[in-house]
Design a binder for this molecule. Sequence first.
Ligand code: SF4
Length: 320
Amino acid sequence: MTVKVGIPRALLFYEYYPLWKVFFEELGAKVIVSQKTNKEIVNKGIKSTINEACIPVKIYHGHVLDIKDKVDYLFIPRLKSVCRGEYICPKFCGLPEMIKYSIKDLPQVIYPEIDFMKNKKKLKEIICEVGKYFTNDSTRILSAYDKAYSNYKSYKKNVNRGIPTSKGNLSHKKKVMVMAHSYNLYDTYMNMDIINKIQEKGIDVFTPEIVHKEYTDDYACKFKGNLYWTFAKKLIGTALYMIDKKNIHGIVYISTFGCGIDSVVAHMVENFIRKESSIPFMLVTLDEHSGEAGINTRVEAFVDMIKWRDINENNISSNG
Ligand code: SF4
């Protein structure tokens, strides 16, 4: 019988799913992903998580509940560091324990520790440790990983669809950058489909993935102080790059209530924009009580403001 591995469609699913999926499938497992986020998943997640947790972590709990009874294993890696010299939010490090202590009757949880700060050299060992749940053949495990990694690299390359330029190589429409952690950006239930809402108003939307890591790292270095939080570095580097290139007509930052990193980064991004440019900026902070009507009104007002700049004077501040 084929072994089933469950992957919750939340948090870093939006970064690493193409890698994990191919790896497990190459080892003969069937990968089961939870449904797209919906009201039931959110409500169940909220009920099973401590109040202090941020909404993306609560939603993750809901996704675990959605698949836990359909699989033989749950894959919940303990992610501490995914880039050399940098860390990610501590919630990712404690995620396996949060889940184990909040949700009963779980299948076996596979929770390898990924810490590139300490043990990138040990990556092979970790891969073999995970692969041994499915086969004892180390060569097969490593070859599955090679295939998965190459699939992941081409996925990342394809996401990089090209930076908008002032020469207008993409379209003559106005261009807006929507920034957020990937799980806030691509979970359309969570963000009330904000990207689509902006596009429907005739605006091209770009996300931080269009800016290559080489550039975001480079621009983030211009910031004084050591940025050792991987996702903060990406967002700050992207904002500084966009301000410098002057080829975007608006920036929207989606943050979540209760996120320590966003509470600092969103305001830093806003300060850079307001100080260094006149690009219109909108901060959207989401939580479980956010209403769609409020988002619609704010999107409409923001897009109108961008369009009015064509008709009226353009020499106005990023506040409008
Ligand atoms: S970075 Fe923020 S939103 Fe993401 S898991 Fe950590 S606290 Fe939650």
